[in-house]
Design a protein. Structure first.
Length: 394
């Protein structure tokens, strides 16, 4: 008789799947705006992100129906295959219209695969070690983010964008393999509710209980973090390259330094929240650090690599504290039945890519691009209002 794999082993496989999925998403990520800029004016880059994000929201809302019909793992497998089929041609096709269409599919489905993988990890987790489990998962993901910018910047400078999308496509093959041959599914994995976004929003808006208020506040911090990412990811590379004349290779080095906090801090912070502190204090500190570091950005005119690496390192030190705390807090407060809430959380990223570039486009019409970072820093400081309102899980 074949021995059933343990939850710990299945979590390890989920971590590995998350790592390779993130390589797929991260390799082109920080240079997507420049890639689109080859075919589109700056104001239409934001529109492309908005269309991609609207599609992502629609797919995440619909995907539980697919899971109930064919199963969770088959859903991950099928969406990964379609994503691969959208990404691979981007390495070879030169037609702008087709490339933009494929970009929208590639961008949207990557988030859908991550959402389904999140559901799987939740089903093989236990609540008392949520911070540890989410911390390990995010560490795997963040290692993938860490290795990507420098390699991507170097390859784009030497070989153009084609190589980046080829590597992105290849990175999906281990996800497909692990899903087919290694991960195991139980019948209860199909028991996923279709998210009722309108009902969930009404409940969160009108709810008066402490539990509802806590979930509402943590989702607001979730949105603010993703708004931070949306503006920083889309506009930082553009700002460094177009305004400060920093090369793509040097931007890759800066971004590698910038992403180090996600690898070295998130897992210890998750364990600290589980065993000693609650999430509230670390979350609040994260907003303060990220906000203050971002406010500094428009006042630095030097193109010095180490200086920009240091400034952006501190922006992400704050962001990584927010990320692991909001993940830990949310997953301690919800169960696998709370598909509505998880769907809202996972829609925060695509939703922020509608709001963020839109807000930035309006702002840039009246002010210099660099001051978008000043506004963003102030917004992050304002986020302490919601983190301080939380009741700790400890």
């Amino acid at each position: 008789m074949t021995k059933e794999p343990t939850k710990k082993y299945l979590r390890l496989l989920a971590y590995l799947s998350g790592f390779f999925l993130t390589i797929h998403m991260a390799f082109p990520s920080y240079f997507n705006a420049q890639f689109l800029g080859q075919f589109l004016p700056d104001n239409k880059i934001g529109i492309t992100y908005a269309i991609s994000s609207l599609l992502t929201i629609a797919l995440i809302t619909y995907i539980p129906r697919v899971i109930r019909k064919i199963g969770l793992l088959k859903t991950i497998y099928a969406t990964s295959i379609v994503t691969l089929c959208a990404t691979l041609p981007m390495a070879f096709i030169k037609n702008p219209a087709i490339l933009i269409f494929l970009f929208i599919i590639y961008y949207s489905l990557g988030f859908v695969v991550r959402y389904a993988l999140d559901i799987y990890l939740e089903k093989v987790s236990d609540n008392r070690n949520t911070g540890d489990i989410r911390g390990i998962f995010l560490t795997f993901i963040n290692i993938a983010w860490l290795v990507s910018p420098f390699l991507a910047g170097t390859l784009i400078s030497d070989r153009g964008y084609s190589t980046i999308f080829l590597i992105s496509a290849i990175a999906l093959t281990p996800v497909i393999y692990l899903t087919i041959f290694q991960l195991k599914e139980q019948e209860h994995h199909r028991q996923i509710k279709t998210p009722r976004v309108r009902v969930a929003l009404k409940k969160l808006y009108q709810g008066k209980s402490e539990a509802i208020k806590n979930i509402r506040n943590i989702l607001i911090t979730d949105f603010l973090l993703n708004l931070f990412y949306a503006i920083m990811v889309v506009y930082t590379a553009l700002y460094l390259e177009e305004y400060l004349k920093i090369t793509k290779v040097d931007i890759g080095i800066i971004f590698t330094i910038m992403l180090i906090p996600f690898v070295i801090f998130e897992l210890p912070l998750g364990r600290l929240a589980d065993k000693k502190l609650g999430e509230k204090e670390i979350l609040t500190a994260g907003f303060v650090v990220a906000g203050l570091a971002t406010i500094i950005v428009p006042f630095i005119s030097s193109p010095t690599i180490w200086l920009w690496g240091l400034i952006l390192f501190f922006t992400r030190t704050g962001a990584c504290a927010i990320e692991i705390m909001k993940e830990t807090y949310l997953f301690k407060k919800i169960t696998e039945e709370d598909t509505d809430i998880l769907s809202l959380s996972r829609n925060m990223q695509p939703f922020s890519y509608i709001i963020g570039p839109g807000l930035a486009s309006i702002f840039i019409y009246f002010f210099d691009l660099k001051y978008i970072f000043l506004l963003l820093g102030i917004i992050m400081i304002y986020g302490t209002r919601y983190s301080l309102a939380l009741k700790d899980t400890k």
